[in-house]
Design a protein around this ligand. Sequence first.
Ligand SMILES: *[C@@H]1O[C@H](CO)[C@@H](O)[C@H](O)[C@H]1NC(C)=O
Ligand SMILES: *[C@@H]1O[C@H](CO)[C@@H](O)[C@H](O)[C@H]1NC(C)=O
Length: 358
Amino acid sequence: MYRQLILFLYQLAKYMSLDQKGNIMAEYIWIDAHGATRSKSRTLKDQKWTPETLPTWNFDGSSTGQAPGENSDVYLKPVAVFADPIRLAPNILVLAECWDHDGTPNKFNYRHECAKLMEAHAVHEPWFGLEQEFTLLDLSDRPYGWPVNGFPAPQGEYYCGVGTGKVVQRDIIEAHYKACMYAGINISGTNAEVMPAQWEFQVGPCEGIAMGDHLWVARFLLYRISEEFGAKVSLHPKPIPGDWNGAGLHSNFSTKEMRVEGGMKHIESAIKKLEGRHQEHIAVYGEDNEKRLTGRHETGAIDTFTWGVANRGASIRIPREVGVKGYGYFEDRRPASNADPYRITGIIMETVFGSVEE
Ligand SMILES: *[C@@H]1O[C@H](CO)[C@@H](O)[C@H](O)[C@H]1NC(C)=O
Ligand SMILES: *[C@@H]1O[C@H](CO)[C@@H](O)[C@H](O)[C@H]1NC(C)=O
């Protein structure tokens, strides 16, 4: 047994350290019709690549639900480059936008619209911070470590828990944290969450369109690393019905004006604007969110808009220290864990600063 394992590790190490002869592997990553990441690899010369110099590529959109069978080519336009923590330097990760053959953005390309809004309102220097909650599942879709015919002890011991019986698969969380740093993602922390097998990582601060880019690549790495450890990742906002916490994507937001003295009036004016468009926001804040936003388990109810200082049951929370200082940022607690960060950050910008002329 051990002999085989050592032999296997030796073989793997040997191949992984082979000389690439002046070439690199570029992993092109995109988002499919169902909000999952997809990726494929190609060989490029080893040089300094930027989104502008990287080649456009394509894939069969009929196999990902992104195009009809006839005319199924979808184009991949590189938009961001990250170091590759899986294959290590000089190999790279390339995040790409999806475009149709007629030169228009693909139906599921939410980045394009978001980038226009960020660019148009860039003078306000929008900063975001997103908290990605998720659940690790075993191969039979049970939360990892849950008993096969029953439930673990009720919630209470698991949030920021330490020790066997409190948390599972910390190896994945640690590997993912380091991998994000290596890639150049602004990951700012991790912790175990309220429901057993539920975890969270935070990405931010990121300015403008970089928020969505960083979060999507962090999600890609979470799926990719969990694959190596034999775990599944669920972004479902209510993976287990009943008295178990759901999963969200709490979104911190501030502008240049909100971050300086007197900022509270800009925070309040933004919240008023959000209030007027609550239903439109909920519509793009993730699928199955009604199962999570029940007004219980530290959430607001889905059909009402509320806000307050230090209130975890509100749609929008102003952190206590922001209330005291009178400037800073606010937290939109409505988005579900499976929401698209481009849609969240995009509609916040559009609501606060207005839409962009074509
Ligand atoms: C968002 O704000 C909360 C406080 O309201 C803070 O604890 C958290 O670290 C912030 N998260 C990110 C990703 O910026
Ligand atoms: C990452 O965070 C730093 C501050 O910690 C900030 O200066 C930088 O702009 C952020 N990167 C992006 C791409 O937003």
